[in-house]
Design a protein around this ligand. Structure first.
Ligand code: IMP
Length: 435
């Protein structure tokens, strides 16, 4: 399975796309259309938000698991775009009947709350993700199976809209939403979604029982995880590897390999702690060279240096067995590359990652400056093609995290990739019936 080891945007789309060749099913287990997985195939760009990247591979089935929150309109829009691009979605794309549905009042409440005085502004993607998960955990959500049950849908929308309108008016003075209009739109969407709906836990477990292998496609990243990230500046789901079991219905002991993705540097979108952030010109250079603008919202990403203490934390939380380093080529022009190798609080070294956002304010990064290579790594396909300093950079990451680098991405296209031999072998000879 694949997880983001930073704050999301590590380039999971491309890596899932490359690896999906060796898997028969790709499954999403958390998040929603807040994710933006960009894949470039023969110069054509695909941005997938809800649909797993496996859909871009012939013969690969894609599953949106129960842990995902599904915006029906966003889903249908994406399906239409995929069909327009000539990709097959019918019969190979499945949506869990237990996934929760995002409705317009979720977005209304999120937008109002984000801008309300006295509230902590998270800098969300404004997709209604948080309020939809709130309703799920509050046991008042609407699941995909309920969306298809039109009587239940009508009743649910009438009651929920009445309640949400009152809350939004009282708290934020928001304009009310119209329940009848919403019902008509969502009943029409339900009809189009019905052919995709399945009990995906059964589907996935049957696939495993038949000896097929499944690739879990994590969304967001470790530091955005609701429990283990920089709370409250996180997303509302379990983005770490633990979320894959509950978010799909696959037992934890079926997971035998966790691949952690990290950029060769670091980025974050939205508010919240970012110890190795580089606010000066060098940060702007990373933003421009790395085209660090959100795939979903277009917002400029905050940029900074690789943070090894956070990577070690991500390894611990996820059980990362291989690292994949992306966007190495973005560092090509730098004369020297700072890497955060340790953290200090009040001037004293610490191995702890603070539980409070305020704790991060006191954190100081200890930097080690690595020599740059000032040569192009773009498109390299063998470790031996990399300049010596780039090889040493990767070796340093391996030594400091204790995890081997299995792949390095050296450009946006499918074939701009380096595979470590052992990793490639492991991917090709995967244990049947494992994730
Ligand atoms: P939400 O998921 O829209 O509630 O946003 C919560 C936080 O997670 C914000 O800081 C977002 O910028 C961030 N976020 C959500 N999804 C992604 C993603 O796919 N990549 C990077 N950041 C994300």
């Amino acid at each position: 399975m694949i997880v983001g080891a930073q704050w999301g945007d590590e380039g999971k789309g491309k890596i899932v796309d490359v690896l999906s060749e060796s898997f028969s099913v790709v499954a999403r287990y958390a998040g929603g259309h807040n994710a933006g997985h960009t894949v470039i195939i023969n110069g054509k760009k695909f941005v997938l938000q809800l649909v797993p990247c496996g859909v871009l591979r012939q013969g690969c089935r894609s599953v949106i698991g129960n842990g995902v929150v599904l915006d029906p309109m966003a889903f249908l829009k994406e399906v239409a775009a995929l069909r327009d691009a000539g990709l097959k979605v019918d019969g190979n794309l499945f949506v869990s009947n237990r996934a929760h549905v995002i409705l317009p009042y979720h977005r209304m409440i999120e937008l109002a709350a984000e801008n309300a005085p006295g509230r902590v502004k998270i800098g969300t993607t404004s997709r209604g993700i948080g309020p939809a998960y709130e309703d799920k955990m509050g046991r008042r959500g609407l699941r995909v199976a309920d969306l298809l049950d039109l009587q239940l849908l009508k009743k649910h929308i009438e009651n929920a809209v009445r309640e949400k309108n009152m809350i939004a008016h009282a708290l934020f003075n928001s304009e009310p939403l119209d329940a009848d209009k919403m019902y008509a739109e969502y009943a029409a969407a339900a009809e189009k979604i019905a052919p995709f709906v399945a009990d995906t836990a059964v589907l996935l477990n049957q696939a495993l029982a038949a000896g097929e292998s499944i690739l879990f496609e994590g969304a967001q990243g470790t530091m955005l995880d609701i429990d283990h990230g920089t709370y409250p500046f996180v997303t509302s789901s379990s983005a770490t590897s633990g979320g894959a079991a509950t978010g799909t219905g696959i037992a934890p002991n079926a997971i035998d390999s966790v691949i952690g993705l990290t950029k060769a540097y670091c980025t974050r979108v939205g508010e919240g702690p970012f110890p190795s952030e580089e606010k000066g010109d060098a940060g702007q250079q990373l933003r421009v060279r790395g085209n660090e603008f959100g795939a979903v919202t277009g917002r400029p990403r905050r940029t900074g240096w690789l943070d090894l203490p956070l990577l070690r934390y991500a390894r611990m939380i996820n059980g990362i067995s291989w690292l994949v380093v992306t966007k190495l080529d973005v560092l090509d022009e730098l004369a020297e590359i700072p890497v955060c190798v340790g953290l200090k609080i009040d001037g004293k070294p610490t191995g702890e990652i603070p539980a409070q956002a305020s704790g991060f304010d006191k954190i100081e990064c200890v930097y080690h400056k690595m020599p740059g290579w000032r040569a192009s790594t773009q498109g390299a396909t063998e470790f031996g093609q990399l300049p010596k300093a780039a090889q040493e950079y990767l070796a340093f990451v391996e030594k400091e995290t204790g995890v081997r680098v299995g792949m390095v991405s050296t450009g946006p296209e499918r074939d701009q990739i380096i595979f470590a031999d052992e990793f490639a072998r492991e991917m090709q000879t995967r244990s049947p019936g494992k994730v």
